[in-house]
Design a protein around this ligand. Sequence first.
Ligand SMILES: NC(=O)c1ccc[n+]([C@@H]2O[C@H](COP(=O)([O-])OP(=O)(O)OC[C@H]3O[C@@H](n4cnc5c(N)ncnc54)[C@H](OP(=O)(O)O)[C@@H]3O)[C@@H](O)[C@H]2O)c1
Length: 329
Amino acid sequence: MRRMYAMAMRSWTKGAELERVELPTPEPRAREVRVAVHAASVNPVDWKMRQGGPLRLAARAIRTFRGPRGPIVLGVDFAGVVEAVGAKVKNLTAGQRVYGGTNFSRGQHGSYADTVVVHADQVCALPDAVPFETAGAMVVTGVTAWMSVSEFRPIEKGRRVLVLGAAGGVGQLVVQLAKRTRGADLVAGVCSARNADLVRGLGADEVIDYTTGDALERAQAHGPFDVVVDCAGGYKASRCRGLLAPGGRHVMVAGDSPAAMAQVVVPPFRSRAILGKPTHGRLKAVADAVAAGQVQVAIAERVPLADVEAAHAKSKTGRMTGKIVLLPR
Ligand SMILES: NC(=O)c1ccc[n+]([C@@H]2O[C@H](COP(=O)([O-])OP(=O)(O)OC[C@H]3O[C@@H](n4cnc5c(N)ncnc54)[C@H](OP(=O)(O)O)[C@@H]3O)[C@@H](O)[C@H]2O)c1
């Protein structure tokens, strides 16, 4: 049987390192595809799963019930070439360029590997204009940003939007999608002063520096907002709702602690926590925007997959303004 290479943990023990492992390459089942990975990338969820807390608990419980057994391969984002398709997959063929995301809750290995096997509805054909490295860096961030601007309180012409954490992986895409694809009238981005030019360059009309004062108080000058998207965490939901126009909505992207979640499951239900789940339709919307040049994906570094441990350490600083791309080949 063919073997695949992955970076994986041997157990869920806190501090367990990511090490090189070889695993049997799964054959795709009827509705699955096997993809040769050319690029993957790091998302905060990857290293949060290694720490204590709700994410690790959930991931561990899901794996216990759904598998797979053996080493734990982390990672969601990938881009690559279809190697094989299951009997019932009609829309994809071997040799096609695709990108997509793995799904723990479907019992799949993650994308820190040279090969992934996922359901066909978790990938999307990749336009020639989008390189693998870009595509492998826009799955979780892209899909989450797309959901933030289009699925709860769809942003459209005339709307005013506030993006907290505008310089991060998700925030950068929210700013660009809101302004350039959804036609928001005003986008205000909250970031530190060193990233002000970056955020302005992405299309933000106003930039608020959170390091020299209360960002939410300053944001009032540009509101009220139809949508407040929190991609940073640490901002109180009730204060975010206080900046909303009538009918406005607060979208919580960051904030995976039980305390943060508790703030959005209480009335008046104008807040929603979203979970960026890669589906064909969402992936296509992001790919189209990137292929059309409306949205750019910042890449901070490209490193061999074997260096993922160092990549996690960098991502953990919370200061990244571009994605770390992992190259397995
Ligand atoms: N719900 C979901 O499905 C989902 C999906 C993706 C990500 N997330 C979560 O969303 C968060 C962001 O993810 P990401 O991939 O964008 O992370 P990232 O790229 O690592 O974001 C880092 C950015 O956050 C900014 N930042 C840090 N503290 C801030 C603050 N108090 N106010 C404003 N900006 C601040 C930093 O900018 P400065 O250096 O300018 O401070 C930095 O550029 C993470 O907590 C992640 O787990 C959730």
